[in-house]
Design a protein around this ligand. Structure first.
Ligand code: ATP
Length: 364
């Protein structure tokens, strides 16, 4: 028996393997620097490569084992050339999301100095927000993988937007708590409910529950935005937002838009959190076009590793784990500031290993 926190490590496919290794190295260095005990990792085989070899998309018992450990870290899964007989891609991670009810999809969006800034307005340098995407229901309740679409021959197809009180209450509570944690670190403490409450009963229900939870968090400023206006404002004045909470499909679209404002997929960190289990992974895929070439930007994965440390801090009450998370974020900021981090993804000269080594030097 060990009292170390145990992480289920699923490197997966393509660049997932490289960025997972980079994340483990940087997380270990941050823990050492802040005086925290190291984590222990238990690798779980899963993904398209594993499927090709064995006919299984995850090793036997892998799903159960992943859920029993303290957190799951996943690199990336799927290769376009490896598919099930029905043509769908290998996606055991989507099952993990379902099995463990990972309703809270956390997508931070932050502008780093000298990283690509897509908006000309200088205030875009101050973008620092989080998109909170509900990840188990909404319009994705009808996603093809679940087989719930109402298909009427070749004439009509109906998909369903499902909003439940149980999940929405948890989601909004999570949003308010997230805004409070960020406020404690100097952010404005504002939560915006993004919906289409003027048109859809499901979305009016989503907003109603937001209004029921809000009085329990009087220290958090609340705002409302219809999703179409939100798309406009994310281009016009993204620096005015802090945390935005929304249903699954809106979050799918707006988190990509927001990620594009501050660089690209190589910066897009992601946490998927449920009542008992937290899964952390970069929002990008396995990027087969650049795999095995040391070209991937590992920062999305590494920043997901920082989210994992924050989560473990919350779960265990050990505040020094938050220090380790902050040490990683600060090292990334400092590297961009000093131009010692120049990812190839942004036209720079540094591949996965070089970016990782810069962070390791800073955390030494
Ligand atoms: P999925 O559907 O599995 O999310 P995808 O088809 O959206 O995957 P990605 O694998 O995310 O695609 O890649 C999309 C594009 O972004 C590719 O051109 C890829 O090279 C690039 N890309 C993705 N992640 C990174 C990264 N970490 N560093 C550099 N480029 C990346």
């Amino acid at each position: 028996m060990t009292d170390k926190l145990r992480i289920a490590l699923i490197p997966g496919d393509g660049i997932g393997i490289d960025v997972s290794a980079a994340t483990v190295a940087v997380v270990d260095a941050a823990l050492a620097k802040t005086g925290c005990a190291p984590l222990s990792y238990e690798t779980i085989q899963a993904g398209a490569g594993y499927f090709k070899e064995t006919g299984h998309d995850i090793e036997p018992g892998g799903e159960t084992r992943a859920g029993e450990l303290d957190a799951i870290f996943l690199g990336a899964i799927g290769l376009p050339a490896v598919r099930h007989a029905d043509g769908t891609e290998i996606a055991p991670h989507l099952r993990l999301r379902d099995i463990y009810g990972l309703y809270a999809g956390v997508r931070p969006v932050k502008a780093y100095p000298n990283a690509p800034q897509r908006l000309a307005d200088p205030r875009a340098a101050g973008i620092d927000m989080v998109i909170l995407r509900e990840s188990t229901e909404g319009l994705f309740y009808s996603a093809a993988v679940h087989g719930r679409a109402d298909i009427r021959g070749d004439d009509e197809v109906r998909d369903t937007m499902r909003i439940t009180r149980a999940t929405t209450e948890k989601l909004h509570r999570f949003g308010f708590k997230l805004a409070e944690r960020r406020k404690a670190r100097g952010r404005p403490g504002k939560l915006t409910c993004v919906d289409k409450a003027n048109v859809f009963a499901s979305m009016a229900f989503f907003r109603k529950i937001f209004d029921e939870i809000a009085p329990n968090h009087p220290n958090i400023e609340t705002g409302y935005s219809y999703v179409d206006a939100m798309a406009l404002d994310l281009i016009r004045k993204p620096w005015e937002f802090d945390v935005m909470v929304m249903e699954n499909m809106f979050g799918d679209i707006l988190s990509d838009l927001a990620g594009g404002l501050v660089g690209g997929m190589g910066m897009a960190a992601c946490a998927e959190i449920g009542d008992e289990v937290g899964l952390f992974q970069p929002a990008h895929g396995s990027a087969p076009d650049i795999m095995g070439q040391d070209k991937a930007n590992p920062l999305a994965a590494i920043l997901s590793g920082a989210l994992m440390l924050d989560y473990l801090s919350e779960q265990t009450g050990n505040a020094t784990l938050t220090d380790a998370a902050e040490a990683i974020e600060n090292a990334v900021s400092a590297g961009f500031e000093a131009k010692t981090i120049r990812p190839m993804e942004f036209g720079g000269d540094m591949g996965t290993k070089a970016v990782t080594n810069d962070l390791l030097d800073r955390l030494a």
